[in-house]
Design a protein around this ligand. Structure first.
Ligand SMILES: NC(=O)CC[C@H](N)C(=O)O
Length: 265
């Protein structure tokens, strides 16, 4: 069988539309898809670019049409409450952690995809999980401390820095291991408690799918040495602290769509 025969012809990518930059993500996805198909026609490569459809997701029926999903930014606490009310929280967990469909969370979306979070509201907040990491919410302070910073993202294989838009952004403060204490004040519906079964599952996943750090950013002055983790991937799950959809730089959307095609093959 040729590689082309394995490439899906139709891919539906959803953007969770409870809050945040939904239209912005869809617009960059459309540009990215156009770029992929024009690249393909000039490269005369042996694999064909699939036909992409981009949809907004507010219901379980819409989610079930999706092969891949973006969870945009917003306010993760509110997003979790709304998702719970709409009956979407468990289907989202199923989508990411059981069906293993490619999912990308930006900012609040990264928080939702973490197994644990700190600086949450009292009593914690519900999470989807999928990334064995603990995030620190609002790492850079409040809305007025939002900023744009140049990021070097080696996975883009280009020197040109990516303008990272950080708005009350989280960072990954801990990559969880089976011995880690990151049970915390949050629930992703599975690993949070870390009983025997969960530890075994976590160990198995860490053996097969490690959390990869794909981007870092220097810690702000006075908050310690070194770099904060602002982009991670574990298997099919990708998370960024910043908002690529608020720029006109299509590179991360192009990269992610290619990953989606690869992983659905
Ligand atoms: N811009 C954003 O998505 C902010 C995320 C927000 N601080 C949260 O934790 O949900």
């Amino acid at each position: 069988m040729t590689v082309d025969a394995l490439t899906p012809k139709q891919i539906t990518v959803g953007v969770l539309a409870l809050q945040g930059g939904v239209i912005e993500h869809i617009s960059l996805l459309q540009k990215a898809a156009a770029q992929l198909s024009s690249q393909q026609s000039t490269e005369s490569s042996s694999t064909s670019t699939p036909q992409f459809t981009f949809i907004q997701v507010r219901t379980t029926a819409q989610l079930s049409q999706c092969d891949a999903l973006i969870i945009p930014g917003g306010e993760s606490t509110t997003m979790a409450i709304v998702a719970r009310r709409l009956g979407l929280l468990d289907p989202l967990r199923e989508f990411v952690k059981v069906q293993h469909k490619p999912t990308w969370g930006t900012c609040a979306g990264l928080v939702m995809l973490a197994s644990a979070a700190s600086a949450t509201k009292q009593g914690g907040q519900e999470l989807i999980g999928g990334l064995d990491v603990k995030v620190l919410r609002n790492r850079y302070g409040t809305q007025i401390q939002s900023f744009v910073g140049d990021l070097r993202l080696p996975f883009l294989e280009e020197e040109k820095p990516f303008r990272g838009v950080f708005i009350r952004a989280p960072v990954v403060e801990e990559i969880m291991t089976s011995g880690s204490s990151a049970s915390g004040n949050t629930q992703d519906g599975s690993e949070a408690g870390q009983g025997g079964d969960e530890i075994a599952k976590l160990k198995e996943r860490q053996r097969t799918e490690k959390v990869e750090v794909l981007g870092t950013y220097p810690k702000p002055q006075g908050t310690g040495e070194g770099e904060d983790i602002v982009a991670v991937r574990q298997g099919n799950v990708f998370g960024t602290s910043f908002h690529p959809e608020l720029t006109d730089d299509v590179r991360i959307h192009v990269w992610w769509l290619k990953q989606v095609v690869e992983r659905l093959r």
